[in-house]
Write a protein that binds this ligand. Structure first.
Ligand SMILES: [Ca+2]
Ligand SMILES: [Ca+2]
Length: 180
């Protein structure tokens, strides 16, 4: 009878040991997985790209964005890295299409492990050619802005794109005067 009890006891101890080994293994495996997930999901620092050129307002149907990025990172514009051109490993640029109105852009970099940098957000406004203030009218308000930038290189009012605001741009306003 005693022998049976001893056997039962050692069986229970063995059973308990097996259970605790199983659970500690399970916990350790999960801890290891959690820490590797932390490493792979954003805790790794990725430098933000910079922007050296963009137009905040234009009448063009597209515009150029350009800047620099850290080596071994890829630049993403609104979630896509398509059409981004690299002049060198650390100089990026892209031509983006613009709709009439406000066009929001989110620009970030990703490293080869898909870790993201913080994002830069900017808005580029496309107005109708001639309607400088975007109120769907070509009138004296637009004329006032043109006059304020007379003989400067101001792309927003340079309707014939010859890099100077002059009577040729004034003529464009006059020819398109009124509701748009
Ligand atoms: Ca206007
Ligand atoms: Ca001009």
């Amino acid at each position: 009878m005693k022998k049976v009890m001893e056997n039962q006891n050692s069986f229970s101890i063995f059973f308990l040991l097996a259970i605790s080994l199983f659970f500690s293994g399970f916990i350790l495996a999960n801890l290891a997985r959690a820490s590797s997930e932390n490493l792979n999901s954003g805790s790794q620092f990725v430098p933000m790209p910079s922007i050296s050129f963009f137009e905040s307002q234009t009448y063009s149907a597209g515009t150029l964005l350009s800047g620099t990025n850290a080596e071994n990172t890829e630049v993403y514009i609104n979630g896509s890295s398509e059409n981004v051109i690299y002049q060198s490993k650390t100089d990026w640029q892209i031509n983006v299409p613009l709709n009439i109105g406000d066009n929001p852009f989110e620009i970030m970099a990703k490293d080869p492990n898909n870790n993201s940098s913080e994002a830069i957000n900017l808005i580029i406004t496309r107005t109708q050619k001639g309607d400088i203030n975007g109120d769907n009218m070509i009138d004296d308000l637009d004329l006032a802005k043109l006059v304020a930038n007379w003989e400067t290189n101001w792309p927003v009012g340079d309707f014939n794109a010859d890099k100077v605001i002059d009577d040729l741009d004034l003529a464009y306003l006059a020819c398109h005067w009124g509701p748009q």
